[in-house]
Design a protein around this ligand. Sequence first.
Ligand code: F6R
Length: 261
Amino acid sequence: MEVVIVPDAKAGGELIAGAMAELLRHKPTALLGVATGSTPLPIYQALAAQVSSGAVEVSRARIAQLDEYVGLPAEHPESYRSVLRREVLEPLGIGMDAFMGPDGTAEDVRGACEAYDRALAEAGGVDLQLLGIGTDGHIGFNEPCSSLASRTRIKTLTEQTRIDNARFFDGDIGQVPHHVITQGIGTILEARHLVLLATGEGKADAVAATVEGPVAAVCPASALQLHPHATVVVDEGAASKLKFADYFRHTFANKPDWQGI
Ligand code: F6R
């Protein structure tokens, strides 16, 4: 996997938005897998700026959701569908007809999970999947000890993840759902390019385990080591526990310009 250490979150957002723009120039109908949470916001802002400036055209791009709360109505402001509409689709000018995600309100949750996995495959697969990382190493909401071969399914959030996400629910953990539908690790690994962004010292342990630890279900993000094209972009805080940080800096500084991430 490639590790890129950037000065700050804004630089990380610009680097990743640049890679998305490059993909869209080659494949205007690309299926972009998007994550929610605080970390990817600089990516979405940088991509929206590129669209406004005319540097890239997204009218034919398609967007796929990574995960969704179970039981929150789609129109709830914190359902991930609503969040993505607000933070990604509207700023980019992409309509809901180009959006796909699992149905977190389905009575048949298992059927909804299987249907979403099928829909992703029928859409030709995700071209570039953005990922954040939990303080416990989760990607999507594959919490520690998730099967590395897992498919889209229902998961129970850890208390730590619910505490972390309470900030989106007026600080009230009681409002944070216990369950989510998440793309499985096996599903995520089928995307053609995985790009994980992590910022802040609070993510440093999880990043070190992901990049330099063994591939192990206890750190779900370590599954990225199995992917032929995975890029981990970290700011100085999130990189602060990497033993190979100097090597990663040296490698990126000496990359041929044409190579991209
Ligand atoms: C959200 C998701 C999660 C978050 C992770 C980090 O769609 O898949 O894995 O990426 O919980 O969240 P933030 O970025 O808020 O620290």
